[in-house]
Design a protein around this ligand. Structure first.
Ligand SMILES: Nc1ncnc2c1ncn2[C@@H]1O[C@H](COP(=O)(O)OP(=O)(O)OP(=O)(O)O)[C@@H](O)[C@H]1O
Length: 248
């Protein structure tokens, strides 16, 4: 079966800084992987390689069987439509209504004309409403996004992924602005989204407890290198706390 993500000798350098140097990392279908590590360890860079926004300066990266560095035009757009990312900074347009930000998840699958028309008359409304209902924002469909709280915006970004229906789900601190109950709900939704399509989830998480509760595998980075790669079942809360350098 094709790996969802495969890194082989993949390196990302910025001048003298090695942001990431991964000898070998394969994520298979059905895996929910927590990516953990200190600030600057290379977590966002790993996610960038996985969604094609960062290209390796050496080695190879295959995403859903394809090499993003070798693709152009339509083929690249088609691959990007299969990879969904909740970014650390969410990348929502504040002036637009929630419905339009959620529908942005489908831009890779829509023609330019349909996307433009959707700003006048929102397309695919039942799916948008269902997605917003799943994240607890059913009554905010036509709210201007900038009027929402940080946690509500984070949930709009998750709803955008729910309508996108990607095969690879990437999330950079997807629950940082959420209270514990909503954070659990968000991680559960992202895991379900990845698994119901036979894909995979890679989530950068700062909270070890979230990794243990919602993932099957933990990949730990330090100074751009993989220094931990274990199934969650083999790790205790104390192991993870030690990895973060915190007392258990
Ligand atoms: N565009 C860039 N230009 C130069 N250096 C960069 C760039 N992006 C990342 N780096 C460097 O690469 C290293 C890894 O950064 P990265 O953002 O992947 O870390 P991170 O683990 O996601 O950190 P955080 O948890 O703080 O978001 C850092 O040393 C960072 O300064």
């Amino acid at each position: 079966m094709t790996a969802v993500l495969r890194l082989d000798g993949a390196e990302v350098r910025y001048g003298r800084t090695t942001a990431l140097a991964v000898v070998d990392l394969t994520v298979g279908p059905g895996e929910r992987v927590a990516v953990v590590g200190a600030s600057g360890a290379g977590k966002s860079t790993l996610l960038g390689l996985a969604n094609g926004s960062v290209l390796p300066t050496a080695g190879s990266v295959r995403v859903l069987g394809a090499d993003p560095a070798a693709l152009r035009g339509r083929a690249l757009r088609q691959l990007r439509a299969r990879v969904g990312t909740v970014h650390q900074h969410l990348e929502l347009v504040g002036q637009l209504r929630v419905v339009h930000n959620v529908n942005a998840g489908r831009l890779g699958a829509w023609s330019g004309l349909r996307a433009a028309w959707s700003l006048v008359r929102p397309q695919g409304l039942p799916d948008v409403e269902a997605a917003l209902d799943r994240v607890g924002l059913a009554d905010r469909v036509y709210e201007r996004t900038e009027r929402l709280s940080g946690g509500q915006r984070q949930r709009v970004a998750i709803a955008r992924l729910l309508v996108q229906q990607p095969d690879l789900v990437l999330a950079d601190e997807p629950a940082s602005a959420l209270d514990p109950v909503l954070a659990d709900q968000a991680l559960r939704l992202l895991g379900e989204l990845a698994l119901e399509r036979g894909g995979a989830l890679l989530a950068c998480l700062h909270d070890p407890a979230m990794a243990l509760r919602h993932c099957d595998r933990v990949v730990g980075l330090a100074a751009g290198r993989v220094v931990l790669d274990e199934p969650v079942a083999a790790l205790s809360a104390a192991d993870l706390a030690a990895f973060y350098g915190a007392p258990a």
